[in-house]
Design a protein around this ligand. Structure first.
Ligand SMILES: O=c1[nH]c(=O)c2ncn([C@@H]3O[C@H](COP(=O)(O)OP(=O)(O)OP(=O)(O)O)[C@@H](O)[C@H]3O)c2[nH]1
Ligand SMILES: [Mg+2]
Length: 197
């Protein structure tokens, strides 16, 4: 089976990418499988900058084509927070603490002002290609409490109005069809149809 290397150590993202790439005929390999010792500092100010840092660092270390994902949640009533700090908003990769911080900050904010979006910047880098980025978004609303157990991160409080469900109530296939990550990868495969082998 053809392989695609993703510069992530996030198990939730790995699951999402498996759901996205399996129908395209690719096996997904992440840093958890082949480069757990490589540390990447996310010093960028934007999702795109961080995605390029991740893709280029791992691509140089492996000498291979690599895809990276930098993503997060933007809440309008919080001026776009947590943004690029989504993974480390309250505790470092502590999903529960991060969710509680968002809910606490949104206490008393009425339903119509709880709009938010997930953003995903995908970067692709390789020995013979110039790095490129693709941005995907998914619009929704932040609920007052958690619903559902699938997914990761902020999925249990992110409500998708068109489906009447939170991201955490969707199957991996349903999430793939509408998510920021699915949308960014669809752009990549449309614009670079021949780059993945
Ligand atoms: O509910 C969610 N559903 C999603 O689909 C999603 N995508 C991103 N996020 C949040 O944004 C952070 C990314 O930060 P991030 O891009 O730096 O990734 P990370 O540090 O977790 O892993 P890595 O890829 O850097 O190794 C994550 O940890 C999550 O908190 C999501 N939350
Ligand atoms: Mg990270």
């Amino acid at each position: 089976m053809k392989q695609v290397v993703i510069a992530t150590k996030n198990k939730g993202k790995a699951k999402d990418f498996k759901a996205i790439f399996k129908p395209l005929g690719y096996e997904v390999v992440t840093m958890l499988d082949i480069a757990n010792d490589v540390e990447i500092e996310e010093t960028g100010r934007t999702f795109e900058e961080n995605a390029v840092i991740k893709a280029e660092t791992l691509s140089k270390a492996l000498g291979k084509l690599v895809i990276a994902d930098d993503s997060g949640l933007e809440v309008d009533a919080l001026g776009g927070e947590p943004g690029v700090y989504s993974a480390r908003y309250a505790g470092d990769h502590d999903d529960e603490a991060n969710i509680q911080k968002v809910l606490e900050k949104l206490k008393g904010v009425p339903d119509q002002k709880r709009t938010a979006r997930f953003v995903c910047a995908i970067a692709i880098s390789g020995p013979n290609i110039e790095s490129q980025t693709f941005l995907g978004t998914c619009e929704g609303k932040i609920l007052n409490e958690k619903r559902g157990t699938n997914g990761f991160g902020y999925d249990p409080i992110f409500y998708v109005p068109e489906l009447g469900k939170t991201m955490a109530e969707l199957t991996p296939e349903e999430k793939r069809a509408i998510s920021h990550r699915g949308n960014a990868i669809r752009k990549l495969t449309k614009e670079l149809p021949n780059v993945l082998k």
